[in-house]
Design a protein around this ligand. Sequence first.
Ligand code: ATP
Length: 260
Amino acid sequence: MSLLQVDNLSVHYPGQPLPALQQVSLGLAEDELLVALGPSGCGKSTLLNVLAGFIAPTHGTVQFAGQPVRGPGAERAVVFQHDGLLPWLDVAGNVAFGLKLQRVPAAERAAIVAATLQQVGLADAGGKRIWQLSGGMRQRVGIARALASQSRVLLLDEPFGALDAFTREQMQQLLLQVWQQSRRAVFLITHDIEEALFLASSLVLMSPGPGRIVQYLRPTFSQRFLAGESVRSIKSDPAFITLREELLASLSRAQQQEAA
Ligand SMILES: Nc1ncnc2c1ncn2[C@@H]1O[C@H](COP(=O)(O)OP(=O)(O)OP(=O)(O)O)[C@@H](O)[C@H]1O
């Protein structure tokens, strides 16, 4: 059964000629890393915002664990492209912030913060100030904060979009490790085909005008990485390259249809 379930979802922003999303249906299971891939304007952020409970559907339903989503909830943590960290707190303070709001006792809070910082490779950085961190480290803190919240779903909004190619690849690997260890359901949006193929256990390809799902896939490359194969070997595999080119062709076909 899906943890998050979307049925026949449409979102039409007031004053816009076309719906941002039209008749979108998908399910996110507990052990899944679902990626929504598509070009700018296909409704990825709108979909994530609906799952997070920031935006209400115009039509259709969104359910978490069988209950309608009526707004944001602690069981669905969001990580944004621009990390949203609090500059007046240090790294540990940022990771502990949500726990403090939830009134988790100090000793328990400290243990969770230490464990999640360890998980994202920042075990020694708890006392650092936010302005001392690189972009990749900041995103690690954002992910640690989401993990610390003990949410059951992580919603990641283009989390690596602002990073250089090398750091981005490191973060993709980290995310897969964290996904495997933390056993959370993950929903991630990206416009990067290679990133989507490498990370996804399920992938929906989206197209704009109106925003909709045009293809569902179940790539297996992340399983190969988690079984020990190197990222370079996976991304240079002809099977990976062929699928990447097919997705690129599907996306350009969808965009040509939109333009016509
Ligand atoms: N608050 C809003 N009010 C009106 N229209 C909006 C609003 N937010 C998004 N839109 C429109 O809805 C459509 C989908 O936008 P959305 O941001 O969800 O797409 P996206 O795939 O995430 O794009 P990007 O990758 O550029 O962020 C676009 O046409 C956009 O202009």
